[in-house]
Design a protein around this ligand. Structure first.
Ligand code: 9MR
Length: 453
């Protein structure tokens, strides 16, 4: 008795204080729920990065939990754009960008900087000004130097130049092209490299996913930049796609850029559909997401895939394409859609969604000694949620609860009933709550069936 108590205390002490032991326990929990392996772990096992665009103010609660748990890269959706960081000339606002970088560091994630040179989302003082070429060049150099230096060593990559081409492969008429000529691209890359030599520098565009006039213009540009020794590390294929329209030449296109000696990243993937969504469209979307991830997995220089928002509640699509939406892997209530499981499958994980609309309770024995044991019940919800809960079970071999925590438990004869404590009645969709107890046993300690009611 005495020995066993001592050993329990020793074990509990080890649990509470021993980092190695805690780590081991977490590892066991992860393995035990292989079906739930986070996308970031699946991607890492394939040598890929999986990212999401994020909005800094939303990085709490379920949004923050999913962003941190499922992705190993973040792209600020708007926080690093010129109009955000320098709304008034010489007055900087780094708050949201800093917040996202800090969140990423706390969650062991990369950050993809987005974006330094673009024709859109520039501050009005810049776009409304009248500038000579020399002034424009100095403004751009200063902007790049200031922003890249601020995050020097903290970002994995920068989308240095965004959307430089028209659909026919000619240069887009922009503030930069019109004022500085096409070499603004080489200059921007050179300045960014000088400010942070370790960041990978990309040119990023849309409608360049398949082989075509626009992607060939990008290809020729990258080829000539490489030949000139301009620092260019990769191309970003945005991939704002339409349901059922993944270009058949996607993998071939990725491969031809890879063969030039640059990385390729899918930087802004979403796949929009006409609303309302239904199971047929969601199945097609899952197949489309799988095609895109499969293409990236197939080419070793494909660095990874970033989705442009992971939840339909944080997507730009409905605002811009009237009647379209449902473009991301999670619905607006953070429930993973078929696309989520298709991504997991492409990355080597399970493709089977858990039963939807269910909350379940699972009983487990955490540790056991000659007269007692510590048990745990985990209540988890998927496609459903609880605002309070109560579970019961019947012991078949005389076990008796002596103490419980994180629940109010009573035992009457063989029947145990446990209800939520005042602070843990809520089990959100996709979330879980656990409570624990100590109990006595003798002879045998069979696991009872728990009923959630
Ligand atoms: O997601 C961004 C959205 O919140 C902005 O309103 C929009 C303005 O153009 O920009 C969105 O992000 C764009 C990205 O920076 C570049 N590629 C196209 C994206 C969608 O417009």
């Amino acid at each position: 008795m005495r020995t066993s108590r001592t050993s329990l205390r020793a074990r509990l002490t080890a649990l509470l204080t021993g980092g190695a032991m805690v780590g081991a326990l977490l590892a066991v929990a992860t393995t035990a729920h292989a079906a739930d392996t986070p996308l970031r772990d699946l991607a890492a096992a394939k040598g890929k990065v999986i990212g999401t665009a994020v909005t800094g103010s939303k990085l709490t609660g379920t949004y923050g939990d999913i962003a941190g748990a499922q992705f190993n890269s973040l792209t600020p959706g708007n926080a690093m754009k010129w109009e955000t960081v320098e709304p008034t000339r010489g007055t900087y606002n780094w708050a949201e960008a800093d917040q996202i970088v800090a969140f990423a560091q706390a969650h062991n994630q990369q950050v993809r900087g987005h974006t330094l040179v673009w024709h859109s989302q520039n501050p009005s003082w810049l776009t409304n000004g009248t500038w000579t070429s020399a002034q424009l060049s100095a403004l751009l150099q200063d902007h790049i130097n200031t922003e890249v230096t601020r995050y020097k060593g903290k970002l994995a990559a920068w989308d240095v130049v965004n959307e430089p081409f028209n659909e026919d492969g000619t240069y887009r008429s922009t503030l930069w092209y019109n004022g500085l000529g096409s070499d603004y691209i080489a200059q921007a890359l050179t300045w960014a490299h000088a400010a942070d030599p370790s960041a990978k520098l990309y040119i990023n565009d849309y409608n360049v996913e398949g082989v075509g006039a626009k992607s060939t213009a990008l290809y020729n540009l990258v080829k000539s930049l490489k030949e000139r020794g301009v620092p260019i590390d990769g191309v970003g294929l945005q991939a704002h796609l339409i349901l059922g329209q993944v270009p058949s030449t996607l993998q071939q296109n990725i491969q031809r850029f890879a063969d030039l000696g640059v990385d390729v990243a899918i930087t802004e993937l979403d796949i929009r559909m006409q609303l309302p969504s239904d199971s047929t469209k969601l199945a097609q979307q899952a197949a489309d997401y799988k095609s895109v991830f499969d293409a990236c997995v197939a080419v070793s220089r494909c660095y990874g895939v970033t989705v442009w928002g992971f939840t339909d509640s944080d997507s730009w699509i409905p605002d811009v394409f009237s009647g379209y939406g449902a473009a991301t892997p999670y619905d607006e209530n953070y429930v993973p859609k078929p696309a989520y499981y298709a991504i997991a499958g492409s990355l080597g994980g399970t493709t089977t969604p858990p039963p939807t609309g269910a909350c379940t309770a699972a009983y487990s024995v955490q540790s056991q000694w000659n007269t007692g044991f510590t048990g745990q019940v985990r209540i988890a919800c998927s496609g459903a949620a609880l605002s309070s809960w109560k579970v019961n079970w019947t012991y078949g071999a005389g076990q008796r609860i002596t103490q419980a925590w994180n629940a109010d438990c009573t035992q009457s004869g063989a029947v145990v009933t446990c209800a939520n404590a005042s602070y843990n009645g809520t089990v959100p969709n996709g979330g879980s709550v656990t409570f624990g107890f100590n109990a006595s046993w003798s002879g045998s300690n069979p696991v009872p069936t728990v009923t959630l009611g």
